[in-house]
Design a protein around this ligand. Sequence first.
Ligand code: GDG
Length: 742
Amino acid sequence: MVSLTNNDKRIIVVANRLPVNISIKDDKPVYSPSPGGLVTALSSLKDSYKQEWLGWPGEVDLDIANANEIKEKLNNDFNSHPVFLTKQQVNRYYFGFSNKVLWPIMHYLPSHCDYDERDWKAYKKVNELFAENLLKEIKPSENDLIWIHDYQLMLLPALVREKLPNANIGFFLHTPFPSAEVFRAVPYRDELLKGVLGSSLIGFHTFGYLRHFRSALLRILGLNSEIYSADLENHTVKLGVYPISTDTNQIQELAHSTKIEQNLKQVKQIKRGRKLIISVDRLDYTKGISRRLKGFKKLLDRNPKYASELCMVQIAVPSRTKIASYRRLKDEVEDLVVDINEKYENEKEPPVIYMYKSVSFEKLVSFYKQADIALVTPLCDGMNLVAKEYVAVQKDKGVLILSEFAGAAAELGESVTVNPWNPDAIADALEHALGMMPWEKSRRMSAMFTKVKRNDVHYWSKSFLMDLSKTSEKDQHSNGETIPVNSQISDEILEKYKKAKSPLLLLDYDGTLVNFTSVPMNAKPDKNLLNSLEEINNCNGTEVSIVTGRAKGDIVEWFGDLNFNFSTEHGLWIKMAGEQNWHKTLPDDQHPNWYEEVKEIYSQFCRATPGSFIEEKETSIAWHYRLTDPEFGTLQARELVVNLTNFLANKPAEVMQGKSIVEVRVPGINKGSIISRIQQLDKEYDFMLAIGDDFTDEDLFSAVPEDAVTIKVGKGSSKAKYRLNKVSDVRNFLHKIQAAKS
Ligand code: GDG
């Protein structure tokens, strides 16, 4: 088990709802704790971390109750900080955008969406309110762990990051993350994704949701990510899979305690000797209640004897009743229950017992204990805790029928899985469960119990928080990452530069001095850049060098008039300032003999990969895929690299894969070749600064002397010592260089 002990740190939990209820009695607020899963999840960390909560305290009439008094009481007695919301804010942010747009989309049910721009505005406003309250009331420091929960607060991580760039911000999504094709339909999808990306760590219940999220980043924001992380301009976001669970020990204890005796008796009275099938859900259209009832009806229609032998209890907890589709669902479900019970009205007892209410947890555990089968058939569900609670109670008996579309199905493979959309399949699964031999029930349930016990809710919270505490910048630097150029480092570099008599600047072009464009020829240098570089070049002996992989022709066209040093085509052609002619690093007779065949392989890939194109240079040839479908392009590039590596195995060629490019070149010449040329010409410099953004610049970083200043643009491991985050930061830095000597 992971261990977390750090008494300096606080865990700040931010969720839509605080774990405390406030009601008004005799014009006075009455407080009652409502500990949900999150409180349980964090209970085992109570001794090692101080815990604070931020959230909406529920509807409180502030005309009757005094806001300051409530605040004080919640602070002192519940470590909680309320974010008070007006009725209209609740309607628009919570019932509106959160539950009429995000909830259905996250669950693949866009037909339930009802979009109103005013709801989005309120969603934004409330997320801002949460950020303001967090910063003002709790004042987090870099030592704290901020844990934000769920789809109602997707904008919050970025709002907090803006004010606290080094904060440890975790975000956990309790719903599924749908396919990017579905998420694309959300209005303001970019803002939502960028909002979540303010986090240091984003957690999902399953790997499938994580995969969809990455795909949405790529397809909607054009952001490439690794399996477990995404590099942004200013920070890295880790991604992880943390399946939520139950407090298995506590549930087992309750299931065997005398506390539930009375409840057990009541459940037995409901059963009356029949077999019990239990279903428990919030009354929500994602939970598949109607289809489940239809499935049960099919079972009875196929086997009328079951009408007297079985009893199905459906507990439907009232939920989001302000939303029309939830009210319609209630009518539909109740009609179906009446339908079944009317059809079998001659039986002694109705086969379906429908309870539209919330019951105590003791009662719930009693139902789980008495149930021969749990029928858990959501159409889509982030995890589904009911399934795990049933397993936690049963231990080695009973049968769990579980929807394929619940996150829990990824872990509970020994359940009887079912397609919840198909009532016939539900009836089949029930028949299967009813006929199952005791030894098989025991084998399946014991295997599931072992997993639910090992990966319980305490493991869930500890593993998430453990990973979150490892995401701080400090940790990443100690893992060999580049150091961001802050104002102190920048001053130190500029000071060295000022003192130097013959400084040399070695600057990569694309991704360093200019941003990437979809068509390479569009990335022309602007006037501002040209002026800035020219001024630096003319200043007290400074030499500017453009060190690029681009063809010589592009550079001559754009910079030909300027007296810079140039290294083009990854070091094939070099011309130092003042030289009349270009120096070719390779003798003329060394034109690569593999060139035409590589071109042919590229052509085949171009035909199969719409949007890709070939760029021909003298001794290298590149396949660009920045304009292709991003996922397909990446797959094709991988395939291409395998093909090329095989084909070029014994040939004088090097295959390289960079940012949306695969390139084959002659080995031994690269961006570091300019340093050999400098040595050949006996040139000497007393200060060198090299800046570049991709793997081809690593050759330059390796070739420069050890005391040179090396800067990588963007995140990622590198031989460079320092890091600037983006092209605009490089340009600002160049302006400082320009100012330093003038
Ligand atoms: C969301 C995601 C994800 C239910 N009725 C009563 C009652 N419950 C308790 C159950 C269980 C919880 O409520 C329901 O949790 P679920 O996971 O089944 O579903 P959601 O409410 O939709 O939760 C879901 C979850 O977040 C956690 O990440 O698993 O996918 O949709 O614990 O026991 N508890 C009591 N009386 C009831 O009548 N006391």
